[in-house]
Ligand binder design. Structure first.
Ligand code: BGC
Length: 768
């Protein structure tokens, strides 16, 4: 029936077009309001064209490359690759010119983007394509673009300013390369280091993740989408705490923990006006996120007021039938997800036909289809895609890897690196004390510093660690490099022995250790999406290497490149210094060099706790009071490095915090102030943190919850007053019935340098 209607509509709209051959249809008139243009366009569309807008495919080069690498042997397990058996590239091109595809992802060059857009222009209504890409920390999947520190590194800067600016620059580089939709920010809360995607997150704290996420959304989308790109809040929700640390595995999280810990960043994203959302791979408490109407529609859309559209994650609609087994077949899976609120299928066939049938059967109404199409078209109009001048990408190409972008990437790397240990002031390196320095380790000359969601970038665009150390070395420094390759799983024992033997001839060894989450290095990848682990030790032979070099008695500085907290207990005891670099991006090596030589004072602080070993997971600072009442009989409990922790080459002192009121009514604000002084000899940035602890009440509450932070720059001897305002938003909690409210009674506010009890001083006030 619907198909007949659609044919009639087509005939009518053809008549209409031929009657007014010289007239520009209203939807192509850039002067009209978006709503009008959408209405006009929707009136002209057939059902097929509407459903086509809800379909996304991976880019043509991506398909060709996958077929080449995998000999057409079926869809590969690693989601980094995809193609469509039975569909050739020219079949897909035809679908575009027939108006049956509305969007692409993983289009890696502006020439391909232009080619696809030119095919879309051949379609009856000339609806442009929306092209998405995983620009998570820079537009790293496109060769030649700037790569900023990974999200985990960015969060260790504790400053939303650079995060927003990096997202702005990323939007510029995306537009310049033909894409308009970033699948970021990742708003997952990191609580399980086994999960390979930990490095993609902003860490373990909901407040910090919310602030960082909002900054990224503001940066990507800008104030006018014509100069920005769509952001995507992902992955709703809980996929970062799968039952066994494995991506896609089920999640079982209480409603309270969901509401207190996992959902707040998504709510903040809606408040920041995020244009798109992506549900998570996992099921949560028995309901797969892709069919969770209570989350997608009831909560996010109806209660929080989300106005944009949902895109499914890679193959997750298929997984409703194939993996979760909540649907009998693909058609039922499509039914469930669309009914739950899904607007666009992420990739490939498997959606168009079943949805057409569901509309024909009357099980999905045209109103429901129209809702989705309206949301998608609105985004396309807001992005300016219909208006010719925005489609020209060549004008913008000077934006890619521009001096300003490079400078920001370097500056963020400098600020994100965390100094965890510095025994006997080993750092900064003094060439009089350490005359001959050996640098080695699998991450020393590796693009692993770029992190996941990046291609291998042109060598000239990346400063590896050894290059950075040499580039920034002071005159007279002797730095030698022992190259043991970049493959961590492929390390061999001879190189380990050789490194230890060589070490004896030097005054200090810099060991570059950790992981590699680059998704295109195949079996050399040790972290990243679908690269989960059942332990958090140093992978490969790195622990051997570390022990062998430490055994020589030569001082060791460990530079860590990693996408998750690793077991650093041996390192903490035996290395002289530890620099946690995370995945610091294009110029990470230079920033590391500058810190090692003392040109830059390290200032990053951890946003994720380091468990002592895998058995202690989960370890997080905002734990409940009873968590460590009992001890492990064989080892201490709690983090080995704490949330908020990070050293500097100078020292800071804090005055006791002061509250401007001792008694407030619910709804009033309290201002907390503290004086922070640089009492050392070099200038530095200190990250001042404020936590609260709510009164004794019938619900057990976290011992600390972060509610404010500020990065302050202080010259030696300088003091600054830092103030935080605590209002109802910061004070509210959930009662026994999960209702939001402000408890009456005493609140304790803690201010200091980290979440460690010794670093905090407190003040109280009473809500009366
Ligand atoms: C990931 C998403 C990503 C998508 C497209 C999925 O496997 O979970 O985060 O945006 O692939 O690359």
């Amino acid at each position: 029936m619907k198909q007949i209607e659609s044919v009639l509509l087509l005939v009518l709209s053809c008549c209409f077009s031929s009657c007014s051959i010289d007239e520009v249809p209203a939807y192509l008139d850039a002067g009209l309001p978006v709503e009008r243009r959408v209405d006009d366009l929707m009136k002209r569309m057939t059902v097929e064209e509407k459903i086509g807008q809800m379909c996304q495919y991976v880019g043509l080069q991506h398909i060709i490359e996958t077929e080449r690498q995998h000999n057409g042997s079926g869809m590969v397990n690693q989601d980094a690759y995809a193609f469509y058996p039975g569909l050739s590239v020219s079949d897909i091109e035809s679908l575009v010119s027939e108006g049956k595809i509305g969007s692409f992802l993983h289009v890696f060059s502006s020439s391909e983007a232009e080619h696809l857009q030119s095919l879309a222009k051949k379609s009856r209504l000339k609806i442009p394509l929306l092209i998405g890409i995983d620009a998570i920390h820079g537009n790293g999947m496109v060769s030649g673009c700037t790569v900023y520190p990974s999200q985990l590194g960015q969060s260790c800067i504790w400053d939303t300013g650079p995060v927003e600016l990096a997202a702005r620059y990323t939007a510029e580089e995306m537009r310049a390369t033909g894409t308009q939709w970033a699948f970021s920010p990742n708003l997952d809360i990191a609580r399980d280091a086994r999960w390979g995607r930990t490095g993609e997150t902003f860490g373990e704290d909901p407040f910090l993740v919310s602030e960082m996420g909002q900054a990224m959304i503001r940066g990507l989308q800008g104030t006018d989408l014509k100069n920005g790109v769509l952001a995507c809040a992902k992955h709703l929700v809980g996929g970062s705490e799968p039952v066994n640390g494995l991506n896609v595995a089920p999640t079982d999280i209480s409603r309270r923990t969901l509401m207190e810990i996992y959902l707040p960043p998504y709510r903040s994203a809606v408040e920041a006006g995020v244009m798109t959302f992506m549900p998570a791979h996992n099921e949560i408490n028995g309901i797969p996120c892709h069919s969770a109407g209570h989350l997608m529609t009831d909560l996010v859309r109806d209660r929080w007021g989300f106005k944009g559209f949902y895109v499914s994650d890679f193959l997750d609609i298929e997984r409703l039938a194939e993996v979760h087994r909540v649907a009998e077949n693909q058609k039922e899976a499509v039914f469930q997800t669309v009914e739950a609120g899904m607007d666009m299928h992420m990739h490939g066939p498997g959606f168009f036909e079943p949805l057409m049938e569901l509309v024909d059967d009357g099980r999905i109404s045209m109103n429901r289809i129209d809702e989705s199409v309206r949301r998608i078209l609105t985004a396309k109009f807001l992005l300016g895609l219909f208006d010719a001048e925005s489609a020209d990408t060549s004008v913008l190409s000077s934006e890619v890897f521009s001096p300003a972008h490079k400078e920001l990437a370097l500056d963020m790397a400098r600020k994100s690196i965390v100094l965890l240990k510095n025994m006997e002031r080993t750092l900064p390196l003094d060439t009089r004390r350490y005359k001959r320095i050996l640098v080695t380790g699998p991450d020393a000359d590796s693009q692993a510093i770029l992190g996941d969601w990046s291609l291998l970038q042109p060598e000239d665009n990346v400063t590896t660690i050894i290059e950075g150390i040499k580039e920034t070395a002071p005159d007279g420094a002797v730095v030698d490099f022992f190259d043991m390759g970049t493959s961590i799983p492929g390390m061999n024992i001879h190189d380990v022995e050789k490194a230890a033997e060589l070490a004896r001839k030097y005054d200090l060894v810099v060991l570059c250790l950790g992981e590699n989450s680059l998704r295109y290095v195949g079996p050399d990848q040790t972290a990243g999406e679908n690269v989960d682990r059942d332990d958090i030790s140093l992978p490969g032979l790195q622990q051997h290497l570390l022990e062998a070099v430490c055994d020589t008695g030569v001082p060791v500085v460990c530079v860590m490149v990693n996408a998750r907290p690793l077991d650093v207990s041996y390192m903490k005891e035996h290395a002289h210094a530890i620099l946690e670099a995370w995945e610091p991006g294009s110029f990470g090596g230079r920033a590391i060099g500058e810190i090692l030589w003392g040109e830059v004072n390290p200032s990053g602080k951890l946003t994720v706790s380091f468990p002592r070993n895998v058995g202690q997971i989960p370890v997080y600072y905002n734990r409940k009071p009873s968590q460590y009442v009992r001890r492990y009989f064989n080892s201490p409990s709690g983090a080995i490095y704490h949330f908020g922790e990070g050293l500097s080459y100078t020292s800071y002192s804090y005055s006791a915090p002061v509250a401007d009121k001792s008694v407030v009514n619910p709804g009033e604000t309290v201002t907390i102030s503290v004086n922070v002084s640089n009492v050392g000899e070099v200038a530095g940035d200190e990250i001042v943190q404020m936590y609260i602890n709510t009164p004794v009440c019938r619900v057990a509450r976290p011992i600390l919850s972060l509610k404010g932070f500020e990065r302050v720059t202080l010259s030696p001897g300088q003091t600054k007053t830092v103030t935080f305002v605590l209002g109802p938003d910061e004070m509210k909690t959930l009662d026994e019935n999960l209702e939001e409210g402000i408890d009456k009674g005493i609140f304790t506010v803690f201010v200091g340098a980290s979440s460690k009890p010794d670093d905090l001083q407190s003040v109280t006030f009473e809500v009366f």
